[in-house]
Design a protein around this ligand. Structure first.
Ligand SMILES: Cc1cc2nc3c(=O)[nH]c(=O)nc-3n(C[C@H](O)[C@H](O)[C@H](O)COP(=O)(O)O)c2cc1C
Length: 175
């Protein structure tokens, strides 16, 4: 009788395999932002893990690295925002992605923005779209936290703008 081959130990892709495969997915680039009510500072994080989840109610999902400043802040405050970046905002994206050496305060001082009326979070001027959210659920997932947010307000300040993309480990624009 035929018996299908049994998998040996549960297979797990190596980090290199995983990165190489997932780098083939082209994504839009966002800036996730939040305001810290305790020290009055704004925090921003470049993120490609942003997903539209549900229309009614309107829900989105972000994935935030555990122990990052943003993860720590979103454990304490439940409102945040996402700005969908335009192709001319590449420098902004790369600066907010390597903050080890740069403070959020200096980065925001250099980044034109206004405050979201519902979230208190910075909304980036010149973004293609912005969404303000309130956390519905936090789900631990490996070395990240999935944060499911209800969309409080969504705007499209620049309907004819062009998106910033990330593909094969580099920022790109539509051809
Ligand atoms: C293109 C790109 C996409 C990124 N996407 C995410 C993401 O979805 N989630 C995340 O936690 N970090 C993401 N990062 C990394 C964060 O931007 C970076 O680790 C963070 O801003 C550093 O903040 P910290 O020094 O305060 O921890 C991304 C980086 C780049 C360059």
């Amino acid at each position: 009788m035929y018996s299908s081959p049994q998998p040996s130990a549960a297979p797990t892709a190596s980090p290199d395999e995983f990165r190489a495969a997932l780098s083939q997915l082209a994504s839009g680039v966002t800036l996730v932002t939040a305001h810290d009510p305790e020290d009055g500072e704004d925090v921003g994080m470049t993120a490609t893990s942003f997903l539209s989840v549900s229309l009614e109610p309107p829900l989105v999902l972000i994935s935030v690295r555990e122990d990052s400043r943003m993860d720590e802040l979103l454990a304490r405050t439940d409102t945040w925002a996402v700005s969908l970046l335009a192709e001319q905002q590449r420098t902004l994206a790369s600066r907010f992605a390597m903050k080890g050496r740069l403070s959020d305060r200096l980065l925001f001082a250099d980044t034109p923005h206004h405050r979201g009326p519902h979230s208190g979070a910075p909304l980036i001027d010149g973004a293609l779209a912005t969404v303000e959210c309130r956390t519905e659920q936090r789900i631990p997932a490996g070395d990240h936290t999935l944060v499911l947010g209800r969309v409080l307000e969504a705007t499209v300040p620049d309907p004819s703008g062009r998106p910033l993309l990330y593909f094969r480990s580099a920022y790109r624009q539509l051809g």
